[in-house]
Design a protein around this ligand. Structure first.
Ligand code: ADP
Ligand code: MG
Length: 389
């Protein structure tokens, strides 16, 4: 799960990370009031769940309360396009106003899980403020990493190592060490999968602060963090993913292709997507319907998929183990009656109660395209999608 910058800043500030003063403004007048409280010079920042807001025009300086009100009006409601939003952009519904910091240097600092090592890793770079993916691609040596043993925690010598790598010496070492330690504490306590500060800044008056903050959380740990779950902003999530999760279909991820997929089992779902790609197509979603022996769930899933305007064919790939093919077949039949537009369905069905499932589909008279094998099913889906497009 993702949250907004202002929320991440509140969390890390609670653990001792220094952040600029500021708050969310509700209106131009409110932005003016916040700016006046903060001494006049502020930064007005669009809050969306995507980075690159600065480049996209979603982060602007204002040098007086009046200017803050004007800039607020320009940013609130804008369709902000960044390299992370896609070309359609994301509508700005929340705006943060915070004090302008006198920046001397912009650095990068993050804690994340190193899957290969099975441990948290802290990453730092003197090349802050830029896209870290670009730094990693062009100058990987500019990123310093320290692996953290979760049993002993973030030791002072690890902080010193990163401070030296970043050139944070002398009086800067103490506040920088404190900030790193606090960030690690927040990351661990909240079961985060990422806590990233880009930029971490050194100010002209010798302070070390988080000017931006991003936190992602492990969804599987949210049950023990109701306070984090409460920060969820569904406006920032894909509507079809929100609908799927509300209908109890948890493993649905919207993608940009034109072939919808209904599959049971995450591994089979991945293999199905590969097969579609191999046949020259693009999957429109990932979906593991799991052992949903519930006709309504199958119908809901197929309707969510078919409502995607990009989708012009659906590939159903089911290997019934505990899942029953006859129930899936009933779902396909029900869904076809309810779909607003006709989407060709290719079905590759095998396993438990397959004969009964086949019979139901045959007797329904619906034009379901049959396939025996996965490769064949993918090919037929790609052809059907092309014909329907
Ligand atoms: P994004 O990463 O989405 O572009 P940031 O919060 O990192 O958004 O802001 C972009 C840039 O704006 C920063 O790299 C920094 O130079 C500047 N900036 C952001 N917040 C402040 C602030 N409080 N004071 C001064 N400059 C800021
Ligand atoms: Mg940033």
């Amino acid at each position: 799960m993702k949250i907004h910058e202002f929320q991440a800043k509140q969390i890390i500030a609670g653990f001792g990370v220094a952040v600029p003063k500021g708050r969310v403004a509700k209106s131009p007048d409110d932005a003016k009031a916040v700016a006046a409280e903060l001494g006049g010079k502020v930064v007005v920042k669009a809050q969306i769940h995507a980075g690159g807001r600065g480049k996209g025009g979603g982060v602007k300086l204002a040098n007086s309360p009046e200017e803050a009100a004007q800039v607020f009006s320009r940013i609130m409601g804008m369709q902000l396009v960044t390299h992370q939003t896609g070309p359609q952009g994301q509508k700005v519904k929340t705006v943060l106003v915070e004090e302008q910091m006198p920046i001397e240097r912009e650095l990068y600092l993050a804690v994340l899980i190193d899957g290969a090592a099975g441990r948290p890793v802290m990453m730092a770079s003197a090349a802050g403020g830029m896209e870290i993916e670009e730094v990693a691609a062009k100058t990987p040596e500019a990123i310093h990493r320290v692996s953290i043993d979760p049993v002993t925690g973030f030791q002072p010598h690890l902080a010193r190592e990163l401070c030296f790598a970043l050139g944070l010496t002398g009086d800067l070492m103490k506040p920088a060490t404190q900030l790193m330690t606090s960030l690690y504490d927040a990351f661990m306590a909240k079961d985060a999968s990422l806590a990233e500060i880009n930029p971490l800044v050194v100010t002209k008056d010798g302070r070390v602060l988080a000017l931006d903050a991003k936190m992602n959380f492990d969804d599987n740990a949210l049950f023990r963090h109701k306070e984090i779950e409460a920060l969820r902003d569904k406006d920032e999530e894909d509507p079809s993913e929100v609908e799927a999760s509300e209908k109890g279909i948890s493993n649905f991820i919207k993608l940009t292709g034109n072939i919808g997929c209904l599959v049971n089992g995450a591994g089979l779902a991945m293999a199905t997507m590969d097969a579609i790609k191999f046949a020259g197509g693009e999957p429109a979603n990932f979906l593991d319907i799991a052992t949903a022996n519930d006709v309504n769930k199958v119908v809901d899933a197929l309707l969510i998929i078919s409502r995607d305007p990009n989708v012009n064919a659906i590939l159903v790939n089911i290997f019934g183990g505990m899942a029953r093919v006859d129930i899936i077949a009933q779902g396909i039949i029900e869904a076809q009656k309810k779909m607003a537009k006709t989407v060709p369905v290719v079905a590759r069905l095998a396993g438990t109660n397959v004969e009964e499932g086949e019979r139901l589909i045959r007797e329904s008279g619906l034009p379901v395209i049959r396939a025996e094998e996965l490769g064949e099913a993918a090919k037929k889906a790609v052809e059907a999608a092309k014909a329907a497009a």
